[in-house]
Design a protein around this ligand. Sequence first.
Ligand code: COA
Length: 441
Amino acid sequence: MKWQETYRNRQMTAEEAVRHIKSGDRVVIAHAVGEPSYVIDKMVENAEAYRNVEITHMVAMGKSEYTKPEYKDNFRHNALFVSGSTRDAVNTGRGDYTPTFFYAVPELIYQGKLKVNVALVQVTPPDDHGYVSLGVSVDYTKAALEEADYVIAQVNSNMPRTMGDSFVHVNDIDAFVLHDMPIIELPPARIGDTEMAIGRYCASLIEDGDTLQLGIGAIPDAVLGFLKDKKDLGIHTEMFSDGVVDLVEAGVITNKKKTLKPGKMISTFLMGTKKLYDFVNNNPNVEMYPVDYVNDPRVIMLNDNMVSINSCVQVDLMGQVASESIGQKQISGVGGQVDFIRGAAMAKNGRSIIAMPSTAAHGTVSKIVPYLDHGSAVTTSRNEVQYIVTEYGIADLKGKTLRQRAEALIDIAHPDFREALIKEYNRRFGVDDPDIEQLCS
Ligand code: COA
């Protein structure tokens, strides 16, 4: 049968498609802004037909209505990363969180530890050869599609057609729901004075020819703003946003010096505005690959001069980094933080940066603390951490003793909290060190 016929025969309404979901199934949703929102809405409308359907998802950027209390008998959410829309469910017992490195998610799927009954994905219309593109989210979405018993794809002509390993043949999809709508957008974060100061310090650690991984949010955007004078930067990252587009257009990001896939920007998912989605559409300069390739530390390390920049919630005086929970409250996940910190550490001339404002909650709490909050998960261990950056400077913890680490961290803590940290330093190390007292003055 010609692929055109298969494509036609498998088209159905969203209402028909979601009837293939059965009680007790695990439904895996495409990651982040790749989620097929229209099909998800129809699944939620059909909630009464289901009991105990597990919805497995990572960064949820849509409404996540399946986590609402009224659907507790119909759906149970299993988060691989907790987002704003899923936080309440996970922290009140209506949902679950599965700890896992991002690069390991496809392996969980291939090994059957995360058996996929139904995959909900969003794709471009097919090309002349019958291939659709997964566009902005290849990550674990491709593995879920390959392993699912049944695949439902929302075909959306607004999905950018990305290059790399993003293509799937129509024969491998069971149901096509044709529905155009805008791809979910992530507006640029607000950059204030604190983020600018952090951005400037991070940029001072970046050299011409480096390959960058940048996380999400105000700090990565601020860093990008200070890179305009650099030359021949490259991108090998789990995700990127609009800020990268400006640096490509300014000729700063050329990818020429990359030692792995020179000339190409490598990513596993994308989140931004239409500006980003237009930029990546049919752009041979950008290649998207599954996360078990992009985020594998053994792949990341092949990029000489690899620099990773991520953020966190708290750092204790030993350099233990909590990035995903505030005490026992799970607020996000490990994502690719450790994947990239490890990969960068193993790369020739690699460096890893954790950058954060020195305080949180409107300046009322220090993010540099004697001890992590009770119940916090350690995301990046003290053995792997390297640079910590705040708006007060840079602490290079690599090769430093516990005592030297504490000094370096107090040095970049907010002045309002240094006295308390010094008290803890003196108690812990049994000294009244005049140098450390100076940090307070
Ligand atoms: N104590 C109390 N509250 C804190 C806190 C602390 N130490 N640190 C942060 N918070 C609060 C903030 O006040 C904010 O609360 P609000 O939503 O009520 O305003 C909330 O936690 C989120 O913090 P914020 O600093 O705004 O988050 P962010 O968007 O900059 O993200 C992380 C920071 C750490 C959550 C995020 O970088 C992350 O999830 N990292 C782990 C994953 C990762 O690194 N992936 C790789 C790159 S994609």
